[in-house]
Design a binder for this molecule. Structure first.
Ligand SMILES: [Zn+2]
Length: 202
């Protein structure tokens, strides 16, 4: 199975035909897709200015989409690297690590679905790297009660998500499943009970 970097080379190589270059970019999303495969594809296409179904997009736009994805990937991998090093040191020092953060990382290692968007057409609009930086900031500070990407306050608990965990708090503004470690236990419990929605409605 080809790795992300060799797929990225296929996308950039002007000697390849356009269908292969487009296909290789889609394959990159099987390795790294913060919103999930379909939502990340939708995002990259709209930012780079070609349609998700466009079979022969302008090669320059295809490469622009890859540039955005690669920048985001380097932001995320640098974070994971630091996270792994911290955990190793904590283990060495005999410190127990908080379970929920580790559980979440196990499900998203490598950056797939870190900000899962269950509806592929509803996802944050800003540059992917910026979205991930906000997410990382939130993971590295004390938990809060709002969406780490758009600071939206209306989080609703959704079930039957197409990605693990299969239920969780979804931001009604930008569409991401908010990673549980960035929310306080109270915020999570309120969201589960639908209290935030009632508070807004009342
Ligand atoms: Zn949001």
């Amino acid at each position: 199975m080809a790795g992300f970097r060799s797929l990225a080379r296929q996308v950039r190589d002007p000697r390849n035909d356009l269908a292969l270059r487009r296909y290789s970019l889609r394959k990159c999303l099987e390795r790294f897709a913060p919103y999930g495969h379909r939502a990340t594809w939708d995002h990259l296409c709209s930012r780079a200015g070609f349609g998700p179904e466009d079979r022969s997009p302008d090669p320059a736009r295809l490469v622009a989409a890859l540039d955005e994805l690669e920048e985001a990937r380097s932001v995320w991998l640098a974070y994971e690297d630091g996270f792994a090093r911290r955990r190793k040191k904590e283990k060495h020092d005999g410190l127990r690590s908080p379970g929920s953060v580790d559980d979440w990382h196990r499900l998203t290692w490598g950056g797939f679905g870190v900000a899962w968007c269950d509806d592929p057409r509803v996802h944050p609009h800003g540059p992917l790297a910026e979205v991930l930086r906000r997410l990382i900031d939130a993971l590295e500070r004390e938990p809060g009660a709002v969406c780490p990407v758009c600071t939206g306050e209306r989080l609703v608990w959704k079930y039957d998500l197409a990605h693990e965990p299969s239920s969780g708090p979804v931001c009604t503004a930008c569409g991401i499943v908010v990673p549980r470690p960035v929310l306080t236990p109270e915020a999570l419990a309120d969201c589960r009970r639908g209290r935030l929605l009632l508070a807004v409605a009342g």
